[in-house]
Design a protein around this ligand. Structure first.
Ligand code: HEC
Length: 263
């Protein structure tokens, strides 16, 4: 007894367990960190082999990838040519006039036989144009749609790089002289910075849009005899020179009515 008696720590009996128990606890604690560490490693470390994948189902099967070689074939290519005469889905072009806008390899100068250009087609074309083309080319086709305006805005603020290709003015001579087939081709396949729409717009609607683009073009340069009621007016204002020529005050209001769209 005396000075070698164990010190009493009332209320802290838990600390009185033998050292061996402590050792076992600490060891178990260390071992317990191994599974999470392994899981963490398995989930984050890059590996070439597939990760642990107990239930395979049909997830991993032997196969040849595109551009690989394979000595199963005489030419050592994994990629095979389609059987002769195969036609991709949606690529059956029986009527090139309708599907490609070409006749004998040249852009068609007329609408295909299966498309009737009537009021209903124009209405459809206007609606589709307003959805797909107006954002860039503008309601009248002069290339001033909201996308263009926004892009110019961003350009001026310096937040949109330094270049922007303005959507084409569809009333430029270079576009005016294009045949329906060529416009159909542009709508279908795009041009430079403009994307093609063959995947989004069915073929009939693309022709309807072509009809509407032509209607917009005609409306810009319509001769007075094609404009109902135009006989009442002496001249339609198209240019500043036209406006100057109309010096008589009586003719002014009429001229403005008709020239509004062409300013
Ligand atoms: C995202 C903007 C955008 C949309 C949407 C768009 N265009 Fe364009 N379009 C352009 C641009 C830009 C050009 C000029 C391409 C160039 O010269 O790089 C162009 C050019 C054209 C041309 C002139 C082609 C030529 O030969 O000069 C036609 C015609 C045309 N578009 C018609 C249409 C029609 C019809 C639609 C709707 C189906 C449409 N575009 C939708 C941006 C657009």
């Amino acid at each position: 007894m005396g000075s070698h008696a164990p010190r009493q720590r009332p209320g802290w009996a838990i600390f009185d367990v033998p050292k061996i128990i402590w050792a076992v606890f600490i060891l178990l604690g260390c071992i317990a960190t191994i599974p999470p560490a392994v899981i963490y490693y398995a989930r984050t470390a890059p590996k070439v082999e597939p990760r642990i994948h107990l239930i395979q189902n049909m997830d991993n099967q032997p196969r040849l990838n595109a551009q690989q070689t394979s000595n199963q074939f005489r030419d050592n290519r994994a990629m095979r040519q389609p059987v002769a005469g195969t036609v991709a889905r949606g690529a059956m072009v029986d009527d090139t006039h309708l599907w490609l806008g070409t006749v004998d390899g040249a852009f068609a100068t007329t609408f295909p036989d299966s498309i009737t250009v009537d009021h209903a087609l124009l209405e459809r074309g206007r609606e589709r144009y307003d959805i797909y083309c107006l954002p860039c080319h503008g309601v009248s086709g002069i290339g001033d749609g909201p996308v263009h305006k926004k892009a110019m805005n961003l350009l001026e603020n310096g937040t949109n790089g330094t270049t922007w290709v303005q959507p084409r003015n569809l009333h430029e001579d270079a576009v005016l002289e294009q045949s329906p087939g060529q416009i159909f081709h542009t709508v279908s396949n795009g041009m430079n910075n403009m994307a093609g729409y063959s995947a989004q717009i069915p073929v009939h609607d693309r022709w309807a849009i072509v009809a509407w683009v032509e209607a917009l073009q005609v409306s810009r340069n319509a001769p007075p005899e094609h404009v109902p009621g135009a006989d009442d007016f002496k001249q339609v204002v198209r240019t500043a020179a036209d406006a100057e020529a109309l010096s008589e005050p009586a003719a002014d209001p009429a001229a403005h009515d008709h020239g509004g769209g062409a300013q």
